[in-house]
Design a protein around this ligand. Structure first.
Ligand code: ADP
Ligand code: MG
Length: 811
């Protein structure tokens, strides 16, 4: 098949972007051809057509972002091939080139991004450790971190909800096994090449040497990421803030199952911690809040700094309300600044920036009245830029440039004249006619237009004597003569080109305006971060006021004291929530919580973990009083979960998670176990739960709360001083049970499973029969006796020695 010149151009360009879906601008469409056409038509549900034997499928250019979103979400990389010249004026084949490669981790457009979520692209390399570098291109945020083992990397990536992963080729397989539904792309050799690596990174930040970024072991991975971005975004000058170095010691990294079990985020509205806390006024605030939830702090000084500011708002309701009012006008200037830098900003973006800048001086002024916000004085509110934007931009500009509906009247004389010309030519001609009539004293003088001769002044024969000298004859009619003057000719010329010039001039002015903003994006970014912080801090105070939270205190003697504490989410969902207390310290560090189903075990143990997490992120907590240590990690594990998607048996998943705790928890961790050991037979389950509890208590020594329906485990408390039994009060009234949801000392004396079944509507006959069966089989005293044997010191020594290989010979 012989290819047309245009198809040759296509194949030539496509050969450079084999791993991407190429969308080729053709008239008003972006077209995909050949295999890409098949793919695009399938993913986007488009009709597949053929053109000279070539399959093709296209999307209208104005709806590109809509379709891009779907392609990118489906995990494809898309190369956008644009026309580099105007087809109307181009000679021969229009020049085309790829102007942008779109991947899940490099999108900038609002339509392609989630407002309330960061969009991370993360690169991973392996040397001694796993080194990782990440960016959110849409906001310029970047970070580096390193982890000792892959599991920690995976936990981290899952917790930040990474959008796209780049990795050293050798890591691709193991990452794919561990991470689902995220685009994973290996670096190519040139990304990773040592040659000019430092120079490339330095160039990106416009600095002479990379030394003061203190990248250390992360230089290689960060450099590779930078190169990938420069190529993908087709920009040498990236818009990145210097990377934040995430050290293990700085944050409590939460793994995916903890994030999940704690219900930090949820699809269902109102059912997550994020939903309860997220009364932020801006998307920037919402994103920052998310990252605070995911990365609770471990440094008391930083935690205290946050609390002092939240408390400042908490104590000063006037300040709080005034700030929240101003924040209404604050828009997503992080992403806007980024779009401006990559030349993708729309007039709407500039209006949003103007709206934001309009309130900044007020925010600064109001905050400066409070001692905790004294460094606010250094914030640059860009008043001049605001003035400029106010003068330049229409109140509600059109989002289409070039029609004269973006730049305000009075900003630019030339544009005003052009606009006048294009939109008021009628009026001009009317006025011109009146003026000429008066000047010449010819009452029926007419100004008109004809497509062959253009503009003219028509004078009837009877008045020809009054025609001034400067009128130049153009055309003769039966009864009249038509003339042109310098002024009218001038008007005509201007008119003919005015539309083009209007378009050009408005774009020019707009670009200049964008350039002025672009010069200041670094400082605007600082302002954006500041505003996001103000939003989150004031929101946390607002939520604390609304929900009756208290500022927690931190103590380093291992004390946990919660007085009348509540579950932040469940308390919103039930009519009256029963608050509960908890006390733990170094000598009482392990709680076994037994109680019937539905009594509130899971709620209570999660509420403890949530309160610890909230405290370390800087939020007041739902309690009357709270004293806490600073935890290095928080683990929440739940037994029995169907994880059909990953194809692993539920019990295997459960044990994987328990193994993870055993390996990762330290004496400073908080471990919350909910029905662990449930995924196998009762005896296996009890045995494993028993051994895990002993290990956590004896070897790790961290704070642990274990909710279980295995009442057998309560025997542990008799053996170890550090282990305490707690249960939840139940009121039994004849055959009915009432759950009081009150946590008290002791052991559940009954599981009330049959009573719950009765409440759930099991027929009376079945309930009665179940009771009969229970009476016979519930003689578990034998099992308890056996466990007492397991618990005895003598038994333990015996067993230990037996399994020790070195000593086997002695026996
Ligand atoms: P369990 O884990 O013991 O089966 P859950 O913690 O799942 O019980 O709690 C069951 C239900 O009881 C919750 O969904 C909630 O509606 C209610 N509940 C739990 N704790 C409380 C409480 N402290 N106050 C009021 N209602 C509660
Ligand atoms: Mg439960």
């Amino acid at each position: 098949m012989k290819l047309t010149p245009m198809m040759q151009q296509y194949t030539q360009i496509k050969s450079k972007y084999k791993d991407a879906v190429l969308l080729f601008r053709l008239g008003d469409f972006y077209e995909a051809f050949f295999e890409d056409a098949h793919l695009v038509s399938k993913v986007l549900d488009l009709v597949l057509t053929h053109r000279q034997g070539a399959p093709m499928a296209g999307v209208p250019y104005h709806a590109l972002n809509l379709y891009l979103r779907r392609l990118v979400q489906a995990g494809y990389k898309v190369a956008i091939c644009d026309q580099l010249e105007d087809p109307a004026t181009a000679k021969g084949l229009v020049k085309r080139e790829v102007t942008r490669i779109v991947t899940p981790g490099t999108v900038l457009e609002d339509e392609l991004l989630e407002q309330d979520s960061s969009n991370y692209l993360v690169a991973i390399c392996k040397s001694v450790k796993y080194t990782i570098a990440g960016v959110d291109v849409s906001t310029g945020e970047s970070f580096v971190a390193s982890f000792d083992d892959l599991q920690l990397v995976v936990d981290f990536l899952e917790s930040i909800k990474v959008s796209q992963i780049l990795c050293e080729p050798i890591l691709k397989k193991e990452l794919e096994v561990n991470i689902n539904s995220v685009m994973i792309e290996p670096f190519s050799d040139w990304h990773m090449s040592e040659i000019n690596l430092e120079r490339d990174v330095a160039e990106t930040f416009n600095i002479s040497t990379v030394d003061h970024l203190e990248l250390g072991e992360h230089l290689r991975v960060f450099g590779a990421l930078v190169r990938y971005l420069r190529f993908t975004l087709m920009a040498n000058d990236l818009f990145l803030k210097p990377p934040k170095i995430l050290r293990d010691q700085s944050y409590v990294f939460l793994d995916a199952s903890t994030v999940d079990h704690l219900g930090l985020f949820s699809e269902e509205k109102g059912k997550s911690l994020f939903d309860v806390l997220n009364l932020t006024k801006t998307s920037m605030g919402a994103r920052l809040l998310k990252s605070w939830i995911l990365q609770p702090l471990r440094d008391l000084e930083r935690i205290t700094e946050r609390f002092d500011r939240v408390e400042a708002f908490f104590n000063d309701k006037l300040l709080l309300n005034e700030i929240r009012e101003y924040l209404h006008a604050v828009k997503d200037i992080q992403r806007i600044a980024s779009r401006i830098r990559y030349k993708k900003a729309s007039p709407k973006d500039l209006v949003a920036l103007r709206s934001t800048l309009s309130v900044c001086p007020y925010i600064r002024e109001v905050l400066l009245t409070n001692e905790y916000f004294s460094q606010t004085a250094q914030i640059d509110c860009h008043e001049e830029l605001y003035e400029e934007l106010s003068k330049a931009l229409e109140e509600n500009p059109s989002n289409t440039l070039g029609e004269g509906k973006v730049i305000k009247a009075g900003y630019d004389k030339e544009l005003d004249d052009l606009r006048e010309l294009v939109y008021h030519s009628e009026e001009f001609l009317k006025n011109f006619e009146i003026e000429e009539r008066e000047r010449t004293n010819i009452p029926n003088l007419k100004v008109g237009y004809n497509s062959v001769f253009g503009y003219y002044i028509e004078v009837t024969k009877s008045h020809l004597s009054k025609v001034p000298n400067h009128y130049v004859r153009k055309q003769t009619l039966v009864n009249a003569e038509r003339f042109i003057t310098e002024q009218l000719k001038d008007f005509e010329e201007r008119m003919l080109t005015a539309k083009d010039r209007l378009e050009k001039r408005e774009k020019e002015l707009y670009e200049k305006l964008c350039d002025r903003v672009s010069e200041r994006t670094d400082s605007i970014m600082k302002l954006a971060d500041f505003l996001a912080n103000v939003d989150v801090l004031s929101t946390l105070a607002y939520v604390a006021v609304q929900n009756g939270y208290v500022r927690p205190k931190f103590q380093f003697d291992g004390t946990v004291l919660l007085k009348n504490s509540r579950h932040p989410v469940v308390e919103k969902l039930v009519d009256s929530f029963v608050p509960n207390d908890l006390y733990m310290d170094r000598s009482k560090s392990f709680v076994i919580l037994t109680g019937p189903n539905m009594s509130g075990k899971s709620t209570f143990i999660r509420q403890v973990a949530l309160i610890a997490l909230m405290a370390q992120m800087g939020s007041f907590v739902p309690a009357q009083e709270a004293i806490l240590p600073i935890f290095d990690r928080i683990f929440v594990k739940m037994g029995v979960r169907d994880d059909i998607a990953s194809g692993k048996s539920t019990f295997l998943v459960e044990m994987n998670e328990v193994a993870k705790i055993i390996h990762q928890a330290t004496k400073d961790s908080l471990v919350v176990l909910d029905e662990v050991g449930r995924g196998t037979s009762t005896f296996d389950g009890i045995s494993i739960a028993w051994a895990v509890s002993e290990y956590i208590h004896n070897q790790i020594g961290c704070k642990c709360i274990f909710a279980t329906h295995f009442t057998e485990l309560t025997e542990l408390a008799k053996m170890y001083d550090g282990i305490e039994n707690k249960t939840i009060e139940v009121l039994e009234d004849r055959s009915k049970v009432v759950f009081l949801h009150k946590v008290t000392d002791g052991v559940a004396d009954k599981s009330y499973g049959i009573e719950v079944a009765a409440i759930a509507g099991l027929p009376e006959d079945v309930v009665q029969r179940a009771k009969e069966v229970l009476d016979v089989i519930a003689t578990k005293s034998e099992l308890e006796d056996k466990l007492r044997v397991v618990s005895s010191e003598r038994f333990k020594k015996l067993k230990r020695k037996k399994v020790h290989p070195d000593q086997a010979a002695l026996w």
